[in-house]
Design a protein around this ligand. Sequence first.
Ligand code: SF4
Length: 301
Amino acid sequence: MKKGFAETGLRDLLNTGEARLKIAGVDEELTINPVPDSPCRVACPAGVNVKAYVGLIAAGNFERALAVVRATNPLPGICGRICTHPCEAECRRAEVDQPVAIRALKRFIADYARAAPQAKLPPGTPRRDERVAVVGAGPAGLTAANDLVRFGYRVTIFEAQDKPGGMLVWGIPPFRLPRDIIEEEINSILGLGTELCLNTRVSDPAQLLKDGYRAVFYAPGCQKAIKLGLPLEDELSGVLDSLTFRVDCLPAHPGGDAGSGRGGCCRRGRRGADRLSHPAGGASSAGRQDSGTALHPQYIG
Ligand code: SF4
């Protein structure tokens, strides 16, 4: 006899803390989770189920752990390297000794998947006729495309630049976020069946609706740097924020030396400025000290 939800659902709830309910006529299953989310999950901007994937890693089930992360975050290798891990600040284990290394564990399973072909995502199957346009191939646009394809939509991403990735590429230096990691994670999303149009700037998203797209997800990215809030910062010529400096002054080093972060940005910005002073490259650290750039000792970390 087929078991009803009262029986199977209750068993799942007792065993896993979660149960799934299928409602006739609704494609997606409803997840019932009466246990409040853990503080680490609440702190995670992507809502990753930290407790589940850390437990699965501890049990040696790496593929399942990766699937748990990918359910809400399709960029585990990238976040495993550059996320500021607010989850760890909320980790209760800190009350005993130190927080669980949540971000590093994410990086571990992402790297494990790189070496394990069976852990790659299978292509999605379009189950709906509606087409959705995503404007911007940065982390937000890529994540939206990933989720929409998984829901069965036909997705086209429009990107103004000649490569996808947005600030992952233009704002973060390769030594902090290797380009092959970005490429592989983007390719795994595109491999689900997403169409990507590069060098295509969308100036009128409403036109896409007229062109037949059912919806537009607009993710033009974080195009503004954080200002320091110093007097005359905007008025004096030659005073540039980190992003302007990176994009306008270091075109030969996309995603190169100057990048995100505050103190780090100072250091990388200085290194970038040194390269401008020494176009042949290879300026030694002593050379950098003589290059004419000055950094207040307070900001050297
Ligand atoms: S490392 Fe970042 S993405 Fe991963 S669980 Fe923590 S906050 Fe979320």
